[in-house]
Ligand binder design. Structure first.
Ligand code: ATP
Length: 283
């Protein structure tokens, strides 16, 4: 038997850093949503017991126990004492170390796929709980729908998102390390977006209010290190984007547009400036 699950990229419409916790993680308040740029995870039984065989079309992901998909398989094997071998193929489409949770989404898709392959009958909240062991964005990615996400990422409350915008994703050629960005957080100087107001805007489809309340505390940190991100934001706004924000810890910047034609124009105009550009839609 073979099972394939999609692993969509996520963007943060809002990310507020509330403070540092005793366990070293930061307390966050976020609205996350997924877009139709996705890796595909295929799992199938492998004849050798205990073996997790990992393959990918991408040379940017580690093909060993550091891979988040591998970790997902290990978490399930340990939790349920599964000895069976498994083969995991990662068809990579989402850029790596981009602020789009590519690795976390691969882990989440692996959990969902193995839940079926091994007939574990786990619910989404149960899979999300297991996902906490792999990384902070994994519980959100298990749900994979627009959500208010708090704690370090372990509390996920799905919310309605009736208005699906067009999204232009612009990924600069460098990657960003999330732990490195969090090390430079300064709560006193960074912006603190109003996530309650943003949630209201999302659920009521108030696009103007959504644009007014887009915000990411981490932008200040990443932009100070990488001024190119500000230039990309300026260009996107100058080409008519309705709203522009960096996703997660960066460096990917996204532009929101209500209309496809405008999104296509923005996409074409930024392509000359940046190589990696994707026109996608919110899921
Ligand atoms: P986040 O938004 O959750 O911080 P990100 O999009 O910034 O994540 P990822 O693409 O998940 O970053 O990659 C972060 C690191 O994880 C990379 O250094 C990469 O080598 C490693 N990694 C492990 N497994 C994977 C995977 N399946 N896909 C992508 N990266 C992976």
């Amino acid at each position: 038997m073979e099972i394939t699950e999609k692993a969509p990229a996520k963007i943060n419409l809002g990310l507020n850093v509330l403070g540092k916790r005793e366990d070293g993680y930061h307390e966050l308040d976020m609205i996350m949503t997924s877009v139709d740029l996705a890796d595909r995870i295929t799992v199938r039984e492998f004849e050798q017991e205990h073996v997790i065989r990992l393959q990918s079309n991408s040379s940017f992901v580690p093909l060993n126990k550091k891979n988040h998909a591998y970790k997902a398989a290990m978490v399930l094997k340990k939790a349920f004492g599964i000895k069976k071998g498994v083969e995991i193929y990662i068809d990579k489409k989402t850029p790596v170390a981009a602020g789009l949770a590519g690795g976390s989404s691969d882990a989440a898709a692996t959990l969902r796929a193995l839940n079926q392959l091994w007939q574990l009958n786990l619910t989404t909240p149960e899979l999300a709980k297991l996902g906490e062991q792999i990384g902070s964005d994994v519980p959100y990615c298990v749900y994979g729908q627009t959500a208010r996400v708090t704690g370090r990422g372990e509390h996920v409350r799905p919310i309605e998102n009736p208005k699906k915008s067009w999204v232009v994703l612009v990924k600069p050629s460098f990657g960003v390390s999330t732990p490195e960005i969090f090390r430079h957080v300064n709560l006193a100087t960074m912006p603190h977006p109003d996530i309650d107001a943003l949630e209201r805007a999302v659920v009521t489809s108030d696009f103007d209010a959504l644009l007014q309340n887009l915000g990411n505390s981490l932008e200040a940190v990443t932009l100070a290190k990488h001024p190119l991100i500000s230039k990309i934001k300026d260009r996107l706004l100058a080409s008519g984007a309705d709203g522009v924000l960096m996703s997660g810890s960066g460096p990917t910047v996204f532009a929101l547009c209500q209309h496809e034609k405008k999104a296509q124009r923005i996409c074409n105009s930024i392509k000359g400036f940046c190589d990696e550009v994707y026109l996608v839609r919110m899921l």
